[in-house]
Every structure is written in C-alpha cells, then in structure tokens.
Design a binder for this molecule. Sequence first.
Ligand code: CYC
Length: 169
Amino acid sequence: MRDAVTSLIKNYDVAGRYLDRNAIDSLKDYFESGKDRVTVATMISGNAAEIVRDSGTKLFEEVPELLRPGGNAYTTRRYSACLRDMDYYLRYASYALVAGNMDVLDERVLQGLRETYNSLGVPIGPTVSGIQIMKEMIKGMASEAGVDNTSFLDEPFDYMTRELGEVSV
Ligand SMILES: CCC1=C(C)/C(=C/C2=NC(=C\c3[nH]c(/C=C4\NC(=O)[C@H](C)[C@H]4CC)c(C)c3CCC(=O)O)/C(CCC(=O)O)=C2C)NC1=O
C-alpha cells in the first residue's frame, strides 16, 4: 500500500535521481491539501452511517427496480449487502483521500470485484451511481465545512467508478 510520498520516492529511487522541480511541486500540492484531506476524512468518519443511508435512499429512489422482486437488492439480505458495499466504498475512499494515492483501492477493494459482481448479477451501473451520489454529498458537506477547493475529493470516487465501469454488464 502506498501514499503520495512513498510512491514518489519509489519512482525517483528506481531512477536513482534526486527530487527535482516536478517532484517538489507535487509534494507541495499534497502537503498544501493535507489539512483539507484530514478535515474531510474526519467529516466522513463522523457521518459515515448517515452518508451511506441517505445515499442508499437516493439511489433506490432513482432506480426503484433494484428493490423489487427480481432486483439485485431485493430481500433484506441483499439490501443490507448493498448498503454494506456502499460503506466499503466510502471507508476506502476516505483512506485514499488521506493517502493522496489510489493504491489502497486497487489492493483492497477493486481486485476481483468485477468478477464477483458479474457472477452474482450485481449491476454495475447503479453501483457507480451510488458511488457518485456519495461523492456529491461529501463535496456538499465539505464546502459547508469551509473546504474551498473540493476537487481532490473527486479522485477516489471517480477512480472506483472508472475501474468498475470497464465491465459491461
Ligand atoms: C472491502 C472490499 C469488498 C467489497 C467491495 C465487497 C463487495 C461484495 N459485494 C458482494 C455482494 C453484494 N453486493 C450487492 C450490492 C448491490 N446490489 C445492488 O442492486 C446495488 C446496485 C448494489 C449496492 C449499491 C449485493 C446485493 C450483494 C449480494 C448479492 C447476492 O448475494 O446475491 C460480495 C459477495 C459476498 C457477500 O455477499 O458478502 C462482495 C465480495 N466485498 C469486500 O470485501
């Protein structure tokens, strides 16, 4: 598992080079956004249950078929599995935000996920919508909490969306 600093050092070490202008610029970006990353991670931790519940409600309003007989989230067991998955995406996104690196998502979340979803018939489209709903909700909360530039928040959610979206189900 890597973060913004260790991955940069690894790349420069492989090339046997001192940190140059580009490296310093990217380190500066990371450290300058550090306080906001921690603020947002704290905000997510403190509101995770609510974020998952409200995003789930919104998703099921948008795609009500999921909860009907034949839908993948039909039955209490599958409904709970769906919200649990949303919670996984949120928790790992908060780690990736702090790390400033998406490595943790590859290692812990995305590996083998498509195959699992395909074999269980979990639809990718609505999963992606659920991830994007959480992203928008968190961006709103972050601006309200005084985080001026919330663009760094897109990264983990869009990364998971892209990686999942490679499959057509
Ligand atoms: C930490 C990394 C991690 C992830 C990401 C993960 C996902 C994951 N989701 C699963 C199931 C599932 N995932 C969903 C999710 C949904 N169904 C829908 O209609 C919605 C679109 C969506 C919610 C947004 C459902 C319903 C199941 C159960 C499917 C079934 O058993 O038939 C399963 C199969 C095993 C199980 O049921 O626990 C895995 C492994 N597990 C992990 O350890």
